[in-house]
Design a protein around this ligand. Structure first.
Ligand code: ADP
Ligand code: MG
Length: 385
């Protein structure tokens, strides 16, 4: 499947429905063949952005260029974009084969030529139809759909339906593939499997993928870059590691990560950091004296030797999940709510030695792990001394 992926430039894009401003000032450059995910809570404008790209909506302001070409005058059909939705939208009365042929028939045959019996009268129609059949077979083979071709959607599992929907979108050799929460109707195991299939499909086709989800795990696992959206704006667009380790906003830090990031109010005075009156070992340069929000990922809060800890907290609960151990602590003493610590089972076994719920665990913030946010929720770049 050698296809070409196009770049996409979104420039100062805005969309308003009546009085609701749904998207504001979206600027985004998507590289040829990139896998970019739009991640954000429900209602933040992800689907609207996809629909603008596909041409189902028109923007209020700004421009979209696909492969360097302004697409404003182009109807959806002329944009060479394929879209797959959460609901598979397959025609229930048609076989998989017929479903997959629909996009090609729509683009290559006129209304009259699509009428039943037209192929009997016209050799041209017969030849177009046999090309379509061959192309459907090729894509079906590549996606492993051949055994399903004569079935109807009701005879398929959820995962199979989603594969057919992908196949149907691919038959037109799009240069951009838009997927709007395609896995949210499926159970967890199947979701993981299809996630891998989609990444694999992206690698094999070389098409530009724009994937929409509200599931941060999916976004982290699949994407070259993630654009985190909030209230119709892109808060940050970067590689998954960057989003996770260096979130530009506290809201982004909260949105990504399987276990919630730990937050506490911190006072900084001449570079010395304290939480609830307790001095931390941390020294920061370049931050004005004041009160800030300090955030630390659960796996960067580490058990410490008794003398070398930042604070010790009472353990509320210990959760063993196989590949890791979650320790939930009461953070009241440091002016925080629940504090969560994520450990590998082996380091937990070492630490355990008689420690149990109700006892205290000494903790230290790993080097470089403290994220400092101002009152507007924007991260400050601090130099650790
Ligand atoms: P998401 O896909 O991130 O959940 P949407 O793009 O579907 O968000 O919607 C963003 C906002 O725009 C929502 O508040 C929604 O109610 C509003 N919206 C979407 N489509 C329309 C429309 N056709 N008319 C009016 N409001 C709309
Ligand atoms: Mg949506």
């Amino acid at each position: 499947m050698n296809m070409v992926g196009h770049s996409i430039d979104i420039v100062n894009l805005a969309k308003r429905f009546d009085r609701t401003q749904v998207l504001r000032r979206i600027d985004l450059h998507i590289r040829e063949g990139e896998f970019l995910t739009l991640l954000g809570p429900s209602g933040c404008g992800k689907s609207t952005l996809l629909r603008l790209l596909a041409g189902f909506e028109t923007c209020t302001d700004g421009r979209i260029l696909i492969g360097g070409r302004d697409v404003a005058p182009l109807p959806p059909k002329a944009r060479n974009i394929a879209m797959v939705f959460q609901s598979y939208a397959l025609y229930p009365h048609m076989t998989v084969r017929a479903n997959m042929a629909v996009p090609l028939e729509m683009s290559r045959l006129s209304f009259q030529q699509r009428l039943p019996g037209a192929a009997l009268l016209s050799s041209k129609v017969r030849s177009i139809r046999s090309d379509i059949t061959a192309e459907v077979s090729t894509v079906a083979k590549q996606l492993g759909l051949e055994p399903l071709l004569e079935r109807k959607p009701a005879q398929l599992s959820g995962g199979q339906r989603q594969r057919v929907a992908v196949g149907r979108a691919l038959v037109r050799h799009p240069s951009v593939f838009l997927m709007d929460e395609p896995l949210s109707n499926l159970d967890a195991k199947l979701r993981q499997q299809l996630r891998e299939e989609i990444v694999d499909l992206h690698r094999r086709t070389g098409i530009t993928f724009i994937y929409v989800t509200h599931d941060q795990t999916e976004a982290m696992a699949m994407s070259d870059r993630i654009a985190v959206m909030e209230g119709g704006e892109i808060r940050q667009c970067a590689a998954p590691e960057e989003i996770y380790d260096r979130p530009e906003f506290l809201s982004v830090a909260r949105f990504v990560g399987t276990t919630a990031i730990n937050e506490m109010q911190a006072t900084i005075k001449e570079g010395v950091v304290s939480v609830n009156g307790r001095l931390l070992r941390l020294r920061l340069a370049g931050i004005a004296d004041g009160t800030y929000q300090l955030a630390v990922r659960p796996e960067r809060l580490c058990p410490a030797e008794d003398g070398a800890s930042d604070f010790s907290l009472p353990v509320l609960q210990i959760e063993f999940t196989g590949n890791e151990v979650g320790v939930r602590c009461n953070g009241a003493e440091i002016g925080a709510g629940t504090v969560r610590v994520q450990l590998r089972p082996d380091s937990f076994a070492q630490l355990r030695q008689g420690r149990n719920v109700g006892e205290r665990i000494p903790l230290s913030i790993a080097e470089g792990a403290a994220l400092i946010f101002d009152s507007a929720g924007r991260r400050l770049t601090a130099l650790q001394m």
